[in-house]
Design a protein around this ligand. Structure first.
Ligand code: UD1
Ligand code: CA
Length: 451
């Protein structure tokens, strides 16, 4: 199939008013990736060639966002929203270049499967002129009905234009369509707007093609492939389906989850074999977890890397740029940002570590804080291998703790500590004999006088 050329036209001009949002509908996210990004990814996975993106409402924002997930896409503006047929024709200059296949998809059906897209192209390659992605549903209201005659698809009737009999049909138009590239423009140009909505319906090309003796077929896809998102409740349903599928795939790939329904992945989360994920762990985008890692309960992790054998949490937060190397330990109530934690280093409890390097086998005591920010700039803390920082110490960056050095508990470290030194950054303690007893007696007398 790969020798056939393909243009994918993605309709994303819709306003999506029911999202009640300043963000264009197709830029709402599922698993941290814009819906439109899910569609372009499925197209990429199906090897669907060049992309023409039809934008309208929020055109600038949509085009800009598309640069990250669909870098080569050409954008075309549909200035007036006159229907799906009219929208596809906004890409006329691209279609006119001449492709073997033209695939039309919607930007708001994020769970469309690559298998369905491949099937559309396979049927075009087999000689069909138009192939429509259908799906079956008990609740067909709002969808175009697929009207078949034997093998042939003869028409798609929009709900508002259906007869009572046609309205009972449960095989519906899922939105995606493959059109033979050589015929696409003449068919699209034949679409009129004489229907209940006064729109140029893309779906009308089925009847037009049938009238010309062309071959039109429907394929059946899963319900999710046709799931169009119109409001935030539907967005959450699609998210739930996506998460469920990803958890299942992760487990089949060798990841253990004790309570999978409480673990949330991003579109690009990667987790190695034999890693154990305890309940309530959230992955933002950009996370790579190695093999044999333990992620204890209640962790939040984004743009971070955790290497083999490391242990994270419970209740840890790994922020962008956290890189936790082999066998290192990040314990409870620890926040790490833009920091390399080298093999075997330990940050077991109650710490903030930002803009730092924690050398191999170094140990940070409970409550260690890197003071990395002065209100204007961020500064670096370098903790060399096998250094030991006593509990409740503040490391005022920029500062270096040399290899093997000790920092006494409760220190405020403002100057670098040489290797193997012992640093005291706190007032010396003095004990006064008997003064405690006298203080207690005086306080008792004062309280008695007050009654
Ligand atoms: C459309 C189909 C219907 C199908 C359903 C599946 C038509 C006429 N109807 O109906 O058969 O069952 O999808 O979900 O195609 N768009 C534009 N510009 C326009 C009009 C639409 O870009 O002028 C985009 C929308 O943003 C949306 C998509 O095309 O992403 C579908 O349009 P929508 O109005 O939602 O069509 P439906 O009425 O749902
Ligand atoms: Ca729709």
């Amino acid at each position: 199939m790969s020798e056939r050329t393909c243009l994918s036209v993605i309709l994303a001009a819709g306003e999506g008013t029911r999202m009640k949002s300043a963000t264009p509908k197709v830029l709402h996210k599922i698993a941290g990736l814009e819906m439109l990004g899910h569609v372009t990814r499925a197209l990429d996975e199906a090897g669907s060639g060049d992309k023409a993106l039809i934008v309208g409402h929020g055109a600038e924002a949509v085009s800009k966002a598309a640069e990250s997930f669909a870098p080569g896409a050409e954008t075309f503006v549909q200035a007036q929203r006159l229907g799906t047929g009219h929208a596809v024709l906004a890409a006329r200059p691209a279609i006119a270049r001449g492709y073997d296949d033209v695939l039309v998809t919607f930007g708001d059906t994020p769970l469309i499967s690559r298998e369905a897209l491949r099937a559309l192209r396979a049927r075009l390659a087999d000689g069909s002129d138009i192939v429509v992605m259908g799906f079956r549903t008990d609740r067909p209201a709002g969808y175009g009905r697929l009207i078949e005659d034997g093998e042939a698809l003869v028409a798609i009737r929009e709900e508002k234009d259906c007869s009572d009999e046609e309205r009972k049909i449960t095989f519906c138009n899922g939105g995606a369509m493959g059109i033979s590239g050589g015929r696409a423009l003449e068919l699209l140009d034949s679409i009129g707007n004489d229907n209940a909505k006064g729109e140029y319906y893309l779906t009308d090309i089925v009847q037009i093609a049938t009238g010309r003796g062309l071959t039109v077929r429907a394929i059946e896809a899963d319900y999710e492939s046709a799931l169009g998102i119109n409001n935030r409740a539907e967005l959450a349903s699609a998210e739930a389906i996506w998460q469920e599928r990803r958890r299942h795939a992760m487990m089949l790939d060798g990841v253990t989850m004790i309570a999978p329904h409480t673990v949330y992945f991003s579109h690009d989360t990667s987790v190695g074999r034999d890693t154990v994920i305890e309940p309530d762990v959230f992955f933002g985008p950009g996370v790579t977890i190695g093999e044999n890692v333990t992620l204890k309960a209640n962790c939040h992790i984004e743009e971070a890397r955790v290497d083999a054998g490391a242990s994270i949490g419970p209740f840890a937060r790994l922020r962008p740029g956290a890189e936790i190397m082999d066998g290192a330990k990040v314990g409870n109530f620890v926040e790490i940002k833009k920091t390399l934690v080298e093999p075997g280093a330990k940050i077991p409890h109650l710490s903030y570590v930002g803009d730092a390097r924690i050398g191999a086998k170094a140990n940070l005591g409970a409550g260690t804080i890197t003071c990395n920010y002065d209100g204007f700039s961020k500064h670096f803390t370098d903790i060399e291998p096998e250094a030991f920082v006593g509990t409740n110490s503040s490391l005022v960056a920029p500062v270096t703790i040399g290899a093997g050095a000790y920092v006494a508990s409760g220190s405020v470290i403002t100057e670098s500590v040489p290797a193997d030194a012992l640093a005291f950054g706190r007032a010396r303690q003095s004990n006064r004999e008997g003064l405690g007893k006298r203080l207690r007696e005086r306080l008792a007398v004062l309280k008695a006088r007050r009654g």
